[in-house]
Write a protein that binds this ligand. Structure first.
Ligand SMILES: [Zn+2]
Length: 199
């Protein structure tokens, strides 16, 4: 990269931490920031700093501002069902479909041993503890994207869940193979939840 003042270099280095952002894009962002008004830029910086107030829920591991998230605190949520998702953001996708009214557990990724994503770095143990401590949970929905790693993860979890004598279900096959849950529209996701099948 060409020589730029250190503050620009620092921003470029920070921006390349984002997924899909290389040095060129990062440099474009740095210049875009420079062209902003100072107060605008400061507001942006503050928003990033304020992310420190976000923590993970002690029960479901979703991002929240309180120790226990609002979904886990909601007594009106169905108690006989649990939905396991890969990431915290998948919860908002499912909530938007307005079909599922139980609680969640965020696994924290999918199984991918080559990338170091083994069962012990995911919340597999916590899922087993949750099921052992809550015999009222009869069904676990595995709401993962139907790609290679999502499929492997669902197969692995289904075996564990069935060992504990609970039902393991997955979203209906209506989702396109390899589709990312994140980019699935609410209606399709709602249908996939209603039409879920036994594993
Ligand atoms: Zn929670």
């Amino acid at each position: 990269m060409r020589k730029f003042p250190a503050p620009i270099h620092n921003v470029v280095a920070a921006m390349t931490r984002f997924p899909g952002v290389g040095p060129k894009t990062a440099l474009r962002y740095a210049f875009a920031l420079l062209s902003m008004r100072q107060d605008e830029r400061e507001r942006m910086a503050r928003a990033i700093v304020d992310l420190s107030h976000v923590q993970t829920c002690k029960e479901c591991f979703a991002y929240t501002e309180e120790p226990i998230c609002s979904i886990c605190r909601d007594d009106k949520r169905a108690k006989n069902i649990l939905c396991v998702v890969s990431e915290s953001r998948d919860i908002s996708t499912i909530e938007a479909a307005n079909v599922y009214h139980g609680k969640y557990l965020v696994l924290g990724g999918v199984l991918n041993p080559i990338e170091g994503q083994t069962p012990d770095v995911l919340h597999v143990k916590e899922l087993i503890v949750r099921l052992s401590e809550h015999p009222e949970i009869k069904e676990v929905i595995l709401a993962f994207s139907p790609d290679v790693h999502g499929e492997t993860t669902m197969m692995y979890l289904a075996r564990k869940i069935k060992e504990l004598d609970r039902r393991a279900t997955r979203l209906a096959r209506g989702l396109p193979i390899g589709a990312d849950l994140e980019y699935t529209d609410e209606v399709t996701l709602g249908d996939a939840l209603i039409g879920r099948s036994e594993m």
